[in-house]
Design a protein around this ligand. Structure first.
Ligand code: LRH
Ligand code: MN
Length: 388
C-alpha cells in the first residue's frame, strides 16, 4: 500500500483554478437558463469563487475572461480577491464575440480586423500587469465552414504573426497559453484544431508559450492522457481545462462523464511529477453549469479532481514498473485498476478535517446560508452571462 503521508502531502499541494464564467448564467444556443442569486459583477463572481476555496481549500484562484470580467480598476479587483482569500489567475482573451470576427479574428483575411484582435490581446496583457496574473490564455474560434472559404496556410501565417506580436509584449515572468479545439463554432477547419498545431506555434514563439489541453476539445475516442504525457515530456503543457463530455464540448462537471479518463490523465501528470504548482501546469475548471446550482457544482467538481488524483496517487509505481518491465500485462493493468477501484473518499475527508475543513464540502456549503444570502441580496441589476 502507498505511504498515505506522501499521498496526503501531494494532495495538499494541489491547486485548481476556477473559471469566473461558471458562476454566471450559461446555456446552449437553444436556451440560457437564469438562476436566482447569480453574480452581476466580477466582484460578486470573486466572492462566489472564494466560497469554493473556503470549503475545499484547494481552489485559491479565479480565472477571468475579458470583456466578461471587465472592470475600471483591475488592481482593485485583485485586492478584492485578496480580501476574500483568493487571487486573480489566468486572463482569458475573447476575440470570438464581436461581429467583426465573423470570418475570424487574428486569422481574418482583413488586416483591419486582425489589428483589432491583436489590440485586444495586448490589452489583456495590460490586465495581467494589474492583476498580477502569470498567464494569458488564448482560445481562438477562428476557422472556416466551407472548403475554399479561405487559404488554410495563409491563415496560419496570420496567426503566427499575431502571436509573435503578443509574445513580444510579455514580461519575463508571464506566459502565453494556446488552447486548441477540434471544431465549433467553425465546422470545416479550425485554425488551432489540435495539440500539434498549438505546439508548433508555441515552439516557434519561444519558451514562454505553452499548450492548453481542454478535455472537451478532442474527437471522440482521443487518448487525451497520451497527449498530456507527450506535452509534459516536451515541457510544454501550460494548462489543463477540466470538464467532461459525453459527445462534444459539453463542458459538464469534470469526472461526471468519464471519471476513469480523469484518473488516467492524473496518472500521467503524477508520473511526470507535474501535480505541484511549481511544475507550472495551470490546472483549472472550464465548465458551464447550465441547469445545476453553480457554487455547489464547482465544489463537487473540485472534489472530483481530488478523488481522481488521490486514486492515481495510490498506484504503486514499483509494482507497476516491475509488471511493465516483465511484460506482465494483467499485473500492470491490475496495478492501475486496484488504485482506481479504491474508495478514496475517507482519505479525502480526513485530509479536509486535518486542514480544519468540513469533511463534506458540499453539505457544509449548503448549510452555510450563503446560497440564501446571495438570492436575497442580488436583486436587480443584470445577472452575469456569456453575453456580458
Ligand atoms: C472554448 C473554451 C475556452 C474559453 C471558453 C469559455 O471552448 O474552452 O477555454 O475561453 O471555453
Ligand atoms: Mn477551455
Amino acid at each position: 500500500m502507498r505511504d498515505l503521508t506522501a499521498v496526503k502531502a501531494a494532495l495538499r499541494q494541489q491547486q485548481i483554478e476556477l473559471p469566473s464564467w461558471a458562476f454566471g448564467n450559461t446555456g446552449t444556443r437553444f436556451k440560457v437558463f437564469g438562476q436566482p442569486g447569480v453574480p452581476r459583477t466580477p466582484w460578486e463572481k470573486t466572492e462566489d469563487a472564494a466560497q469554493v476555496h473556503r470549503f475545499t481549500g484547494v481552489a485559491p484562484s479565479m480565472a477571468v475572461h475579458i470583456p466578461w470580467d471587465r472592470v475600471d480598476d483591475y488592481a482593485a479587483l485583485r485586492r478584492h480577491a485578496g480580501d476574500h482569500g483568493i487571487t486573480i489567475g489566468t486572463v482569458n482573451a475573447n476575440v470570438f464575440q464581436d461581429d467583426d470576427y465573423k470570418l475570424g479574428s487574428v486569422c481574418n483575411p482583413d488586416p483591419r480586423v486582425r489589428e483589432k484582435a491583436v489590440a485586444h490581446l495586448l490589452d489583456c496583457v495590460d490586465v495581467m500587469d494589474a492583476t498580477g496574473s502569470r498567464d494569458l490564455k488564448l482560445w481562438f474560434a477562428d476557422g472556416t465552414n466551407y472548403p475554399g472559404q479561405d487559404d488554410i496556410r495563409a491563415r496560419q501565417d496570420r496567426l503566427a504573426q499575431a502571436l509573435a506580436t503578443v509574445y513580444a509584449r510579455l514580461a519575463a515572468d508571464q506566459r502565453m497559453l494556446l488552447e486548441y479545439k477540434l471544431f465549433e463554432p467553425s465546422f470545416y477547419s479550425t485554425d488551432v484544431p489540435d495539440w500539434g498545431t498549438s505546439l508548433l506555434h508555441c515552439l516557434a514563439l519561444g519558451p514562454q508559450a505553452e499548450v492548453v489541453v481542454d478535455t472537451g476539445h478532442h474527437a471522440p475516442g482521443t487518448n487525451i492522457e497520451f497527449i498530456v504525457a507527450m506535452l509534459l515530456r516536451a515541457g510544454r503543457l501550460g494548462g489543463f481545462d477540466f470538464n467532461s463530455r459525453f459527445y462534444a464540448d459539453d463542458d459538464l462537471m469534470v469526472g461526471a462523464a468519464d471519471p476513469f479518463q480523469l484518473f488516467r490523465i492524473m496518472h500521467e501528470v503524477i508520473r511526470a511529477d507535474a501535480l505541484k504548482a511549481a511544475a507550472g501546469v495551470a490546472f483549472m475548471l472550464d465548465q458551464c453549469h447550465n441547469i445545476e446550482p453553480k457554487i455547489p457544482a464547482q465544489i463537487r467538481s473540485v472534489m472530483n479532481v481530488q478523488e481522481a488524483t488521490a486514486k492515481a496517487l495510490l498506484i504503486e509505481p514499483d509494482v507497476l514498473a516491475t509488471a511493465q518491465q516483465a511484460g506482465d500485462v494483467l499485473a500492470a493493468n491490475a496495478a492501475m485498476m486496484d488504485a482506481y477501484n479504491t474508495d478514496v473518499r475517507p482519505l479525502l475527508a480526513e485530509l479536509r478535517e486535518e486542514a480544519g475543513l468540513d469533511p463534506d464540502p458540499v453539505t457544509a456549503y449548503r448549510g452555510s446560508g450563503y446560497a440564501e444570502k446571495i438570492v436575497a441580496e442580488r436583486v436587480g441589476g443584470t445577472p452575469a452571462s456569456w453575453g456580458t
